[in-house]
Design a protein around this ligand. Sequence first.
Ligand code: AMP
Length: 557
Amino acid sequence: MAEDGEEKPRNFHEMELDDRILKAIAKLGWQTPTLIQERAIPLLLEGKDVLVRARTGSGKTAAFAIPVIQKILTIKQTAKHQEIKALILAPSRELCHQMCGVIKELTIKCSREVRCVDVAPPVELSVQKPLLVEQPDIVVGTPTRVLKHIKAGYMDLKKSMELLVIDEADLVFSFGYESEVRELMERLPSIYQAILASATLSEDVKNLKSLVLHNPVILKLEEPEIAPASQLSHYHLMAEEMDKATILYALLKLHLIRGKSIIFVNTVDKCYKIKLYLEQFGIPICVLNSELPAKIRCHSVNQFNQGIYDTIVASDEKALEQPGNPNDKNNSELQKSKRKKDKESGVSRGIDFQCVANVINFDFPLDVQSYVHRAGRTARGNNQGSVLSFVSIREKPLLEKVENHFKNDQDDVSIFKSYQFKLDEIESFKYRAKDAWRAVTRIAVREARLKEIKQEIFNCQKLKSYFEDNPTDLQVLRHDKALHTVKIQQHLSDVPEYIVPPTLKGIAGLGRKKRKRENYRTSQGSSSRFEAKKNNPLLSMDFEGFNSKKKKKKNNN
Ligand code: AMP
């Protein structure tokens, strides 16, 4: 107990974890457990069934992966046979892939002792059979794939399995896996330890709970829905569509955004509109939406995580599912998009975009939950982040809803700070932006959508054969290539000196990109001379901030 009577937070090395796990955690740079890890790991090591509700980005994957690995290492000290000991189910291929990645990182120092196989990829079952014959310690997969392997006789869990994890449990039923899960249960042993992890405690989760868990401990962490203000800053900027486009162009082109960014819009068409618009200025950007093949989405996120590109534009699932206003001209598109999306297509839910410094809401999210999900893409684990929302007059009520939702009853303070951007300083950007925005016609967008799907399906084939030969090389295909359905005018990719606002000369500039990226990396980890800006990655976009800094410098001289 701490002196003030409060229980002192437990550190990883106080959790009786195997040295090899502790070394892997150190290698990942995790200094302290997140709240959910601190609470869940000891309970799971004690052998309890646990239902965990934690916000996205809270570190919940490791909260159950660490005890699973620890238990397997312990079992193996005395085990006579190599057997599948743990089954981890997740509702999408992306999440399975991500989960396996986390387990591989956490078992880097005991990779011979603890092996994990992901059966989610949609290849012929027989292709995965040799992997299962070797009896990996952990199998990760969607309920459908796991059931198929069991039925095909490639895997038998009835006698060996001791641990069952269901991640993003609230999506498991809503993604239509109920009958598979029920069937699967009949093929599992009668006694095992089970863990359900979920962002919400919906009716579906309650149903799953009664199906899977025995006398569980329920960990409903009193965590805020979003990361605290010390970790996550929220800015808003009032602007209509054309001004939003101009500001985005200026921010990206002048490299005023530090680190990796996700731009959110509300429709798939808008994703392509933004991509085609920015392409004209030579700004590469990758699109992520539910129409693209799952394998490609996965690969895109991987490349983004590896820092191969810095900017992704995404239309999130919440927005796609929103029935919307029947008079809204976007509504018919929403309906169409809904029809086309595949069963596992959640874009912003559960997928771990790593080290995202900024979330930019080009379109303001349609409800509070969607804002929370988008904001949850940044400030993950113990990292810093910012959300910058562009807000049109029509979107203002949506902003107010979010503002009221998070207003503290006592101090009545808004989470949003107004973002200072002097639009008149980038007058010359306006003309270029207007031309480029208009050049992206509806036909160009439609062609781009089709072209990208074709291109990515072709990539899928290339991916398949390439990765068979080079399984570790993910860098061969890029998803941020230009689509060229709008005529590219070479001169637009340059930023002539005369259009750079005087306050930014010497600060903004091409060729700074690499340095900026490095700045972000250092700001996420060790101390550096950029440490002062660490708390606010978007600070570099504050024109007034620059002014005052420049003035100070002058005065000092
Ligand atoms: P999750 O909620 O499991 O998707 O994790 C969100 C992010 O937090 C991932 O990128 C993890 O790498 C990171 N993370 C998990 N645990 C920690 C920790 N103890 N310290 C710092 N980062 C962490």
